[in-house]
Design a protein around this ligand. Sequence first.
Ligand code: SF4
Length: 323
Amino acid sequence: MSEPVLTVEGLRKHFVTTTGVPRRRSVTVRAVEDISFTIGEGEAFGLVGESGCGKSTAARALLRLVEPDAGTVRWRGQDVLAARGAQLKALRRRMQIVFQDPFSSLDPRQTIGAALAEPMRVHSLATGAEARRRAAALLEEVGLPPAALDRYPHEFSGGQRQRIGIARALTVEPELIVADEPVSALDVSVQAQVLLLLQALRRRRGLAFLFVSHDLSVIRWFCDRVAVMYLGRIVEEGPAARVLTQPMHPYARMLRDASPVPDPAQRGVLPRIAGEIPSAANPPPGCPFHPRCPQAMAHCAGSLPRWTALSGGQGGVACHLHG
Ligand code: SF4
């Protein structure tokens, strides 16, 4: 792997919420617990897991869209979490996010041209006619006509809005795109088009990606390396080709076996992962996967498995079977 552009170490994010009727009480939701990974220059790194595993919170925390509680995040060696003011603004330009629902990040009263010009103005890259020229070129790059500049978000389909979201992320010429479930709200046929667009942009611009998804088939197609998350922790990490075909962690294996396959004839008969994902407000002791794990041993409920690095650049796994 090339020299990392992004290094995340021990990232943690808890939320305190109130719950209960009639007696309200505070609970701590342990959304992200001590996760570490790196992303190399131009590399696509996937974070995969079931809904509620903490992958989107982890992505937002490293961008400081939510402030992490602990850990370090370095962009080309620079401390992202300590950055303030102009330094933070410069770092944010390097790392941009594409959301699952770009509609929520677009002002419905603002034309697409204005929405694309705004980040260029904020980062002092271009204003006026030059910003409009650049915005038109970006729209063309994502497959939309220049006439889209003078239209409003509601005039576009979901797939087109996602293309606008991608164009908006590109306005500031980032080096890393955090793509948070970027195709999961789209129809299957549109998903493929948007994925092909992201892949083409990645190649053409040399972009690195943090690709967050619950969909293994999407991660398998797009990513070089992948980390599997469960209840706020990374349980296995390594080259996508290995982790998604020969996973070592029982949870990663169950995810693989429950993942849709390209053959439509086999869909619908695939096993589901047994049991519900426990609440991050009350995670099980020991290995957090032990209540659902078909290979759980007596000591799994009492001790958290350590991270075991695999040889030959094959990543690592956190499971007593391999410790
Ligand atoms: Fe299963 Fe034990 Fe491994 Fe956890 S540590 S995944 S419970 S075998």
